[in-house]
Design a protein around this ligand. Structure first.
Ligand SMILES: *Cc1c(COP(=O)(O)O)cnc(C)c1O
Length: 386
């Protein structure tokens, strides 16, 4: 039998895990209030604050997935009856709408056409008519591969609506696309298994001083586990207890964040954009068109649509899997019409080339007419800059 290693995980999370991150999971688990752990937990929190310029604010790290972090982000910034505007660019924006619908807000929603983004102008026009306590956006919408113009929108909101808090779902961007809390962001949230390059299991939420003040001005909230007030003492003094920290996952995330610190946020952004271009050009050579317009193309994940109805989506992705790379199905309106490639986290040009070679072989297996090597050549040109 042919040797069959695990396929490359080229989906928008989990992402390939560096050996040094994985090794943290094999360490002998110690108590969460053993000083040796609490010092490392504190180090992680401090690194996350300084890397993303949240020195005056707080970072919360708790067991759970990105959806838990979404719940934490909004539960602590808006109360029942307050006006909240959610800008949805697709599947995960709609998930935030659903979370908010359960909380009794005076909820407004602006939806973009799939593959486009809600614009800063639309938000500005909306807020002029209906001032909101909180605006929620998705930095990178994973179901469409669209990047929201975060910096522009954040400065518009800070300048024109200084009392409005900005909550950002950064699950598919933090550690991939550049951003800093001092752009005017009040809540940023993510989880361990996407661009941070650790296994699934931890959620992370950055909160500006304004966001912390907002929570402190609110009465007791309905949610318990995700309540900032429960976690603040722990995040200030990691010897304290609220819910048991996921000890080994904290170590793994700490190593993931150390790798980001070593690489640098701007460099990491540039690397992701280079890989995104390599993947786009390669897939273009095979006849797969990226859905997001180029000026909105996310650095971390790209959605490609099949050129015609003749391609069996599940069979195609299975063929690529057998050839050594896992790519993801589309979601929502694009389900069955194409596939998603995650090109995020701790990957290298070799990862990108292996992925593209697997897609080429998958095409051949499925009888899709392509010129072998054409996609690889495009990617190599982008990666080498010639
Ligand atoms: C993956 C993702 C989520 C959900 O994260 P889970 O860990 O699956 O709960 C939310 N928002 C975006 C943009 C995502 O990509």
């Amino acid at each position: 039998m042919m040797i069959k290693p695990n396929p490359l995980v080229m989906i928008p999370g989990p992402t390939p895990i560096a050996r040094s991150v994985m090794e943290q999971l094999g360490r002998e688990t110690i108590s969460y209030n053993d000083l040796r752990f609490s010092v490392e937990f504190k180090g992680l929190i401090e690194d996350m604050k300084s890397l993303w310029r949240c020195e005056d604010g707080m970072v919360f790290i708790a067991g759970g997935s990105g959806t838990m972090a979404m719940e934490m982000g909004i539960s602590n910034t808006a109360s029942r009856g307050e006006r909240v505007l959610v800008c949805s660019n697709g599947f995960f924006g709609d998930r935030y709408v659903n979370i908010c619908e359960r909380k009794g807000f005076d909820l407004d929603v602006i939806r973009a056409e799939w593959g486009k983004t809600v614009t800063t102008e639309e938000i500005e026009a909306h807020l002029a008519k209906r001032p909101s306590s909180v605006v929620v956006v998705t930095h990178v919408e994973t179901s469409t591969g669209v990047e929201f113009p975060l910096r522009e929108a954040a400065s518009m909101i800070r300048a024109g609506h200084p009392d409005t808090l900005l909550v950002v779902d950064g699950v598919a961007s933090v550690g991939g696309a550049e951003f800093y809390m001092d752009w005017g962001i009040d809540i940023m949230l993510t989880c361990s298994q996407k661009c941070l390059g650790a296994p699934p299991g931890l959620g992370a939420v950055w909160a500006s001083p304004r966001a912390i003040q907002k929570r402190e001005s609110m009465p007791t909230i309905a949610e318990s586990y995700v309540d900032f007030v429960q976690w603040i003492p722990v995040m200030k003094d990691t010897m304290k207890y609220w819910g048991t920290p996921a000890v080994n996952m904290v170590w793994a995330l700490r190593e993931g964040v150390r790798l980001i610190k070593e690489e640098g946020i701007p460099e990491r952004d540039r690397r992701h954009r280079l890989y995104a271009e390599a993947v786009r050009r390669a897939m273009g050579a095979l006849g797969f068109k990226h859905k997001a317009p180029i000026e909105l193309a996310s650095p971390t994940v790209t959605v490609f649509l099949y050129p015609d109805e003749g391609i069996d989506d599940a069979a195609f992705r299975a063929a690529v899997y057998d050839e050594g790379a896992q790519i993801a199905p589309c979601q929502g309106q694009f389900l069955g019409k194409g596939f998603r490639i995650g090109h995020m986290g701790n990957i290298t040009p070799s990862t990108i080339v292996s992925l593209i070679a697997a897609v080429e072989r998958g095409c051949v297996r499925q009888g899709i007419k392509i010129e072998l090597g054409s996609a690889l050549a495009e990617a190599q040109r982008v990666l080498t800059g010639v």
